[in-house]
Design a protein around this ligand. Structure first.
Ligand SMILES: Cc1cc2nc3c(=O)[nH]c(=O)nc-3n(C[C@H](O)[C@H](O)[C@H](O)COP(=O)(O)OP(=O)(O)OC[C@H]3O[C@@H](n4cnc5c(N)ncnc54)[C@H](O)[C@@H]3O)c2cc1C
Length: 382
C-alpha cells in the first residue's frame, strides 16, 4: 500500500477505512482519480451507484499534460452536470506553430487552459460532494473478477471495476490478458511548470514548437505560471544527457529561454503510443489512457478520457443493476475513439517528417484561415 509522507494517525485512519471498504460489495470500484476516474465517479454517483474511488497519490499532485482542454471535452463535462469544474478557466485565443525560424499564428479559440493538479482536485471534490467514497493515497490492484486488493490484508469486491489509472498505472499489472502493445517508435512525454517570470509568453497563446525528435507545447496557466509539455524520442533525451539539457537544446526560443528550460524540474512519462490487448473482461472495464493512447499533438487526451468515462459508466451501470458483463465496452470504445485516434496517428506521422512539418508551418503562415479550419479538424472540434 502506498502511503509515503503520511502521519501515522492518517495512515491508521486510511487502513481503517480500507478495512471498512473491504467489508462491502460496491456497485463500482474506480481505480485512479485522474480525468477519467474523476468523471466516471461523478457520473456513477449521480446515477445512484455506490462508488468507491481509489487514488494512489495525495492531491493535488503533478501530471505531465499540455493543459489544453477542447471545447468538446468541456461540453461533455457540462452535459453531465460538471460545469462547476470549468469555472474561471482561462481560454486560448491563438495557436503559434513554430519550426526552426518559421512561424505561423492562427486563431484558436476552442480550448480552455487547465492546471492539472487543481483541475483533478476539483473533479475529486465534485465526486465527494456526490457521495463517492474516496481512499487516498492508496495504490489498488485488480486481483480477480470484481476483486480489488486495497492492502495486503484487504480485498474489496464490486459488480463493476473501472481501471482508470493512466499510462503508468499498476492496477492491472500481472494480468496477462490486459497486457500492452507499445508502438516501436513511440515517443515519451516530458513536462514541467516554469515560474511566472521565466517567459514573456502572453496568456491565451499556445506555442507549439516542432523539431525533428519531437515537439513541445507551452501555455500560461491561470496562476501565471507556464505549463510546458513535450513528446520526444527517448533516444534524443539519452543523447542529450538529461531532460533539461535536451529541452534547452531543441526548443529554446524568444518565449522559452535556454536557462528556463535547462533549469526546470522535468517529469517523464512511459512511452506514449500504445494500446491494451483487451479493455473489457468479466467485470473489468479499462478507461481513459489506461485503455490506450496516441501521442498528444492534437491535445485530445483529456477529452477522450472524459467522453470515454461517461460512456463506460453507462456500461458500469448496466453491470451493477442488470448483471451485464463488460464485453460491450470494447466495441463502444472503438466506435467512440477509433477515427480520432487515426487522425492523431496521422499527425504523428506527418510530424516525423522534417519536410512535411516545415511545409505545414509554411502553409499555415500563408493561409491562416485555412490553418484555423485545419486546427479545428485536427483537434476534433467543429
Ligand atoms: C506531454 C503530454 C501532453 C498532453 N497534453 C494534453 C493537452 O494539451 N490536452 C489534452 O486534452 N490532453 C493532453 N494530454 C493527455 C492527457 O494528459 C491524458 O490523456 C489524460 O490525463 C488521461 O486521463 P486519465 O484519467 O486516463 O489518466 P491520468 O490523468 O493519468 O490519471 C490516472 C490516475 O490514476 C492514478 N493511479 C495510477 N495507478 C494507480 C493505482 N494502482 N491505484 C490507484 N490509482 C492509481 C494516478 O496517480 C493518476 O492520478 C497530454 C499528455 C502528455 C503526455
Amino acid at each position: 500500500m502506498e502511503a509515503a509522507g503520511m502521519t501515522s494517525d492518517r495512515h491508521h485512519d486510511l487502513l481503517e477505512r480500507a478495512a471498512c471498504a473491504a467489508r462491502e460489495t460496491w456497485d463500482v470500484i474506480i481505480i485512479g482519480a485522474g480525468i477519467a476516474g474523476g468523471t466516471a465517479a461523478c457520473v456513477g454517483a449521480e446515477a445512484g451507484l455506490r462508488v468507491l474511488l481509489i487514488e494512489k497519490f495525495a492531491f493535488p499532485r503533478p501530471k505531465v499534460c499540455g493543459g489544453c482542454l477542447s471545447s468538446r471535452g468541456a461540453r461533455a463535462l457540462e452535459r453531465v452536470g460538471l460545469a462547476c469544474v470549468l469555472e474561471g478557466l482561462p481560454r486560448l485565443d491563438t495557436l503559434s506553430l513554430r519550426w526552426s525560424d518559421r512561424r505561423a499564428d492562427t486563431a484558436f479559440a476552442m480550448h480552455r487552459v487547465v492546471a492539472r493538479p487543481a483541475f483533478d482536485l476539483a473533479l475529486l471534490r465534485a465526486a465527494m460532494a456526490r457521495g463517492v467514497t474516496v481512499l487516498q493515497p492508496l495504490a489498488a490492484r485488480v486481483v480477480g473478477d470484481g476483486l480489488v486488493r486495497l492492502t495486503p490484508e484487504h480485498v474489496a469486491r464490486a459488480k463493476a471495476v473501472m481501471a482508470c489509472d493512466g499510462l503508468g498505472g499498476t492496477s492491472l499489472t500481472g494480468l496477462e490478458e490486459f497486457g500492452w502493445d507499445i508502438h516501436p517508435r513511440s515517443r515519451m512525454g516530458l513536462g514541467a511548470t516554469l515560474e511566472c517570470g521565466a517567459s514573456p509568453l502572453p496568456a491565451g497563446r499556445l506555442v507549439m514548437r516542432c523539431a525533428s525528435p519531437g515537439y513541445l507545447g507551452a501555455v500560461r496557466l491561470g496562476d501565471g505560471t507556464l505549463d510546458v509539455a513535450a513528446a520526444i524520442d527517448p533516444r534524443a533525451v539519452r543523447a542529450g544527457g538529461d531532460a533539461g539539457a535536451t529541452m534547452a537544446a531543441l526548443f529554446a526560443d524568444a518565449d522559452l529561454s535556454r536557462e528556463a528550460l535547462a533549469s526546470a524540474t522535468w517529469r517523464g512519462t512511459p512511452l506514449l503510443t500504445r494500446r491494451r490487448r483487451r479493455i473489457a473482461s468479466g467485470r473489468t472495464l479499462v478507461v481513459g489512457d489506461a485503455a490506450g493512447y496516441v501521442e498528444p499533438f492534437t491535445g485530445e487526451g483529456m477529452t477522450w478520457a472524459i467522453e470515454g468515462a461517461i460512456e463506460a459508466t453507462t456500461h458500469a451501470i448496466g453491470m451493477a443493476r442488470k448483471g451485464h458483463d463488460a464485453a460491450a465496452w470494447a466495441a463502444a470504445h472503438e466506435g467512440l475513439l477509433a477515427s480520432r485516434r487515426r487522425t492523431c496517428s496521422l499527425m504523428a506521422g506527418v510530424l516525423r517528417s522534417r519536410a512535411a512539418t516545415r511545409g505545414m508551418v509554411s502553409l499555415a503562415a500563408r493561409f491562416p484561415r485555412l490553418a484555423e479550419r485545419g486546427a479545428r479538424l485536427v483537434a476534433g472540434v467543429r
